[in-house]
Ligand binder design. Structure first.
Ligand SMILES: Nc1ncnc2c1ncn2[C@@H]1O[C@H](COP(=O)(O)OP(=O)(O)OP(=O)(O)O)[C@@H](O)[C@H]1O
Ligand SMILES: [Mg+2]
Length: 308
């Protein structure tokens, strides 16, 4: 459905994209996960024909973006990072505006607006001016406006930043529904929880490059990262530490009074580790299993945190 091949984009001397490639299948929910400045918006802006790449090509729904931009545009709905609404107009009038801009016939448009207002839980506020809306409500209308022409592909750029939990949950429910109905979705975020929750496949983007790509399970196996068990002791004197060192078999390190044991089979090793600690006479105060998540994958690949 979407194929991006070796996209390069420079802003003056800043190389924002340095050869981005991905292929997204029909009906796939693809996440682009990366920190501030990674190149997420630049990628979305290229796919939505707002800016042109300096090099590389894009195909959407079988059309080449450079040769057939109009055909490509017909297939996509775009939810930009910055909310694009007319504050002085009502939600209804904003949707009328965006729907006609996307070329929806007037007779169809009114029915669709009513449907979409219900879907986003805003029917009762449809005649109120957008400047009386909360951030989350504006966000919902912003997303709704990208769906009126029933696009095959939805491009979303960080649609849940800074909104209330209620709006966030509603947006998640709508996205899950659209995904079930077969829409192809590209979703950029710097929240690993969102990428983990929704995406069939995730591209991890950093400094204008996709540094890893795959399903969550595939990414969790990237870079040889292991799960770990963190055992906190009430007290860890040197003699006890020495005893633990000789009793415990496996890969582990000490930091203050915490022992971090890493393994490819943490669940299997857990009871053995507790027994070994007891044998050494250690007083355990807390045990925590540290799973491999996208944050740890990102850390292993880049040496830095996903969030700053
Ligand atoms: N119009 C511009 N002029 C100059 N540099 C830009 C411009 N837009 C983006 N950049 C730079 O290009 C790089 C990629 O920016 P981009 O906005 O695509 O990142 P992002 O992943 O969307 O970040 P964020 O999470 O902050 O939205 C950054 O280094 C940014 O400073
Ligand atoms: Mg951005």
């Amino acid at each position: 459905m979407i194929k991006a091949d070796n996209l390069i984009k420079d802003y003056g001397t800043v190389r924002a994209l340095q050869g981005i490639s991905f292929e997204i299948k029909d009906g796939e929910f693809y996440g682009l996960l990366g920190p501030n400045g990674a190149g997420k918006t630049t990628t979305i802006s290229i796919l939505s024909t707002i800016i042109a790449p300096d090099q590389g090509s894009v195909q959407i729904a079988g059309y080449d973006l450079k040769k057939d931009p109009e055909q490509c545009k017909r297939s996509i709905g775009v939810v930009p990072q910055e909310i694009a609404l007319y504050n002085k107009l009502s939600a209804y009038d904003n949707l009328l505006f965006w729907g006609s801009l996307y070329g929806v016939a007037p007779a169809t448009l009114k029915t669709r607006i009513d449907e979409i207002l219900t879907l986003f839980g805003l029917s009762d506020r449809k005649n109120d001016r957008v400047d009386t809306y909360s951030g989350g409500m504006k966000r919902r209308i912003n997303i709704a406006s990208a769906l009126l022409h029933r696009p095959k592909v939805l491009l979303m750029d960080e649609p849940t930043v800074g909104i209330d939990p209620q709006s966030r949950n509603l947006i998640f429910e709508v996205l899950e529904k659209l995904h079930k109905e077969g829409m192809t979705i590209i979703y950029t975020t710097h929240y690993m929880e969102e990428a983990e929750r929704f995406c069939d496949r995730i591209g991890i983007i950093d400094k204008g490059a996709i540094i890893a790509q795959g399903t969550l399970a595939e990414l969790q196996n990237t870079g040889g990262i292991k799960e770990s068990i963190a055992v906190t002791f009430n007290e860890l004197k040197d003699d006890l530490k020495a005893k633990l060192n000789s009793t415990i078999s496996g890969e582990f390190t000490f930091t203050d009074n915490i022992l971090t044991y890493s393994s490819a089979h943490v669940k299997n090793d857990l009871s053995k580790l507790i027994i070994q600690c007891n044998e050494a006479g250690a007083d355990i105060s807390h045990i925590e299993i540290q799973k491999v998540n996208l944050e740890t994958v990102f850390l292993a690949l880049t040496g830095k945190q996903l969030r700053d």
